[in-house]
Design a protein around this ligand. Structure first.
Ligand code: ZN
Length: 126
């Protein structure tokens, strides 16, 4: 991968990461807002809130799972950036063949070419 490609993909990864961080930031704000609203709530409503807690914690669970998944994705993007700096980016870590640029554009954190990825998936499901 030449210098121009590196710059090109670094830009793509950084843009994805920025968008993701923004999304995560917004989510965290929402979570904080909700918990502060709850703690400052009218004490007479407490039992009502307790009864309602089931749905609340379900919502929180969903938000948490989403955050976990997005954080994982963030990790992949950071790894991709590291590979880029080490000059290992865009090479399949299974077969060592270059990953097609089209695939990298679609999945910038890809560390495997499509045939290898498919192989892993098929073997994993057996
Ligand atoms: Zn491969």
């Amino acid at each position: 991968m030449n210098k121009k490609d590196k710059t090109y993909f670094r830009k793509i990864i950084l843009e994805k990461r920025d968008a993701l961080l923004e999304e995560l930031g917004l989510l965290k704000e929402t979570a904080v807002e909700e918990s502060s609203r709850e703690s400052s709530g009218n004490p007479s409503n407490y039992s009502y809130h307790m009864a309602d807690l089931g749905t609340d914690s379900q919502e929180r669970e969903k938000a948490y799972l989403f955050l976990t998944r997005e954080n994982k994705y963030l990790g992949y993007l950071n790894e991709a950036l590291e590979r880029l700096e080490r000059g290992e980016y865009g090479v399949c870590n299974m077969c060592g063949e270059p990953i097609p640029k089209k695939r990298l554009e679609a999945v910038p954190h890809a560390s495997m070419c499509v045939p290898c990825k498919t192989d892993v998936k098929e073997n994993g499901s057996k």
